[in-house]
Every structure is written in structure tokens, then in C-alpha cells.
Ligand binder design. Structure first.
Ligand code: PLP
Length: 348
């Protein structure tokens, strides 16, 4: 979901961005007005996430998935080694992609228990000359999240935060690189946000395509070519909304409350089962099953009649998944629990 006030403002500005007689979807990315929009979005992101000096914000394309290649191409040092924690499908995809360019190692995995937890690693788990540790901070498909930031000593942590970013305050200084596709919590698909510590820029291998080079993107203020202008504009509007509604501390409180409504219900009954270990439960993606495939399918279908959409679990895991990103109001979660109770009574 996107916040309704954001969609309404975008609609109001669709044909005439205030005072300029054209749509953001039409204007030149080199125009002074658009320059204000992109610089404003970056300034808002810096403010909302409290991004320290010494970090660059890059607006790239290709989704989080293209970062799976960009990260090794830009960050591999002499050793060509990169360590990965496998906590679900996206971290596994990142690892598989890195194997094309790097001596990539999966130093920990939670596949042994079907990704219902997040592995615990320490600095000792890393190979001594690894260039970075890659983690996926919130596992969208399985509904788990890190409840700690690994202590890696001097090894930079690269975190895929696609389904986590902006859901609560984050200590950016603990990470070397944070990246996220826009479409979960930030904007319509198009822009991919990369937050990178200055000293990690400029080490790319020479075959790195221009469009994947952090250095080139930084030197050109993310305007090496035409950026995804409209998606960046929407990101700016979403960030305004985050600020107006109290910033990330308030966002966290609302998200915790929403997640608690759902998890408390799940814990109070035995028709549905929530497979994720409690300490790793995601605040954004809540997974549950009935234990019967036909019933799961019936659930997702009947939920639509209740105006509850996209509840079918990812095709690779089945069951149900409620994605309750920032813009999902508390009433949406309450309505889901009402439907779950009714469905359980009718199908017990
Ligand atoms: C959705 C998602 C992706 C894939 O994002 P794209 O922008 O579609 O490439 C990668 N990682 C995580 C954690 C995701 O939630």
C-alpha cells in the first residue's frame, strides 16, 4: 500500500506540478524544478533516517535484485571473498549472483529449519579476509527479521533492507551499505535506494557496467542517465508523510501495535499456526498456515470478498502472508483478524 494522502497529493499534482504547468512525469530530469525534487527527496531521506555525514545516498535502478550484482562488482577487494548469511530466498539469490563474480561463501544458513529463524553469527564466523558480510535484514517471504546487528569488527555489513527500510529507526552507522527496492515501503517500483559509506566507493572491478558503478553514480549525483524521476518524486511525498506522522519513532510504535494485534491473535488459538520462532518475527510480513493447502487457498480467495488482498503466501512456501507495511492502517489489521476468526469458525 501507499499512504492515501500521498496518492491524493500525487493525483492533485498529476497534470500540473505546482507552478510549472507540466507533470513530473513529463519534465526534464535536468530542469531546475526536477533538481529541487530529487535533492529534496535525498534531504528528506537523510533527515528521516538520520543518515550520518560520511554516507552517500544513491538513487539507482534495477530493483534490489540488480544490487545482488552491484554489491560484489563494487565492493570485492583483493581477496575477491565475500561472506553471505542465507536467511531466506532473497539472501540466497544475492549469494548465487555473487558467485558469478566472487569467491562467495555461505557462512551460515537457516535452511535446516525452513528459514523460520535468523542465524546468529559473530566476527569469528567470518573468513578473515572477506570483503564484506551480506545479510537480508527482513525476510519478506518467510516473515523473519534480524533482532541483532552482527558484530563484524572491521568488515562492512551490506544489508538488503527492501522490506524493512523506514519501518523503524535504524543505526545507519553500523552498516557499510544499505540497499532497498522502493516498492515495499517507499514508493512505486522504479527507484532503488543505496546508502553507502564514502570509503566503500571507488573500488569497483574494471568490468563493472557504468550503470552499476557506485562511483559513477556518486560523481553524477545519481544523474548519470535519466533517473526514475516519477518514483523518486513519490519517494519524496512518502517521506513528507513519514515526517508529518511523527517520523520513524512514531512509525515503529504504530508498526509494533499492528503486528502485535496479529501475533497476539495467532498465539491465542490453534486453528492457524505461525511457523516463525517468536524472537525473529517480522513486523512487516506475518506468515501463518492452516496446515491444509486447500483451506489456505480458500482463505486467500474468501479474504478478497472482505477487501483483504495479497494474502496468499509466496509461491515457494504456500500458506498465508500478511504484508503490513507502513501504509497499512491499524483498521486493516483489525479487519484481517475479524476475518480470520470468522474463517476459523466456519472451517474448524
Ligand atoms: C522484494 C524484495 C527483493 C526484490 O526486489 P526487486 O526490487 O523486485 O528486485 C529483494 N530483497 C528483498 C528483501 C525483498 O523484499
Amino acid at each position: 500500500m501507499l499512504p492515501l494522502p500521498v496518492l491524493e497529493r500525487a493525483a492533485a499534482e498529476m497534470t500540473d506540478y505546482p507552478g510549472c504547468g507540466q507533470s513530473v512525469a513529463e519534465m526534464s530530469h535536468r530542469s531546475p524544478i526536477y533538481d529541487k525534487i530529487i535533492k529534496g527527496a535525498e534531504a528528506s531521506l537523510r533527515h528521516v533516517m538520520n543518515i550520518p555525514d560520511g554516507y552517500r545516498v544513491l538513487f539507482m535502478q534495477g530493483g534490489a535484485s540488480l544490487q545482488f550484482s552491484a554489491v560484489p562488482l563494487n565492493l570485492l577487494g583483493e581477496s575477491k571473498k565475500a561472506d553471505y548469511i542465507i536467511s531466506g530466498q532473497f539472501s540466497n539469490k544475492a549469494y548465487k549472483e555473487a558467485q558469478k563474480f566472487a569467491d562467495a561463501a555461505a557462512i551460515a544458513s537457516s535452511e535446516d529449519e525452513n528459514f523460520t529463524y535468523v542465524p546468529t553469527v559473530t566476527a569469528d564466523s567470518l573468513r578473515p579476509d572477506t570483503s564484506y558480510l551480506h545479510i537480508c535484514y527482513n525476510n519478506t517471504i518467510y516473515g523473519t527479521r534480524y533482532n541483532y546487528i552482527p558484530d563484524t569488527g572491521n568488515v562492512p555489513i551490506v544489508a538488503d533492507m527492501s522490506s524493512y527500510i523506514l519501518s523503524e529507526p535504524t543505526d545507519v552507522s553500523r552498516f557499510g551499505v544499505i540497499y532497498a527496492g522502493a516498492q515495499k515501503n517507499m514508493a512505486p517500483a522504479g527507484v532503488t535506494v543505496v546508502i553507502i559509506r564514502d570509503d566503500l566507493i571507488g573500488h569497483e572491478s574494471k568490468e563493472t557496467p557504468a550503470m552499476l558503478s557506485y562511483k559513477l553514480m556518486a560523481e553524477n549525483d545519481s544523474m548519470y542517465n535519466t533517473p526514475p524521476c516519477y518514483s523518486i518524486y513519490m519517494l519524496g511525498l512518502v517521506l513528507d508523510w513519514v515526517e508529518e506522522t511523527g517520523g520513524l519513532t512514531a512509525m515503529k510504535a504504530r508498526n509494533e501495535k499492528k503486528a502485535a494485534i496479529l501475533y497476539d491473535y495467532l498465539d491465542s488459538q490453534d486453528f492457524y499456526k505461525a511457523p516463525v520462532k517468536k524472537e525473529f518475527r517480522s513486523m512487516m510480513n506475518v506468515t501463518f498456515v492452516t496446515g491444509n493447502k486447500d483451506l489456505d487457498a480458500k482463505f486467500a480467495k474468501e479474504a478478497e470478498g472482505y477487501d483483504l488482498f495479497n494474502l496468499k503466501g509466496h509461491r515457494s512456501v504456500g500458506g498465508m502472508r500478511a504484508s503490513i507495511y507502513n501504509a497499512m492502517p491499524e483498521e486493516g489489521v483489525v479487519r484481517l483478524v475479524e476475518f480470520m476468526k470468522r474463517f476459523a469458525e466456519e472451517n474448524a
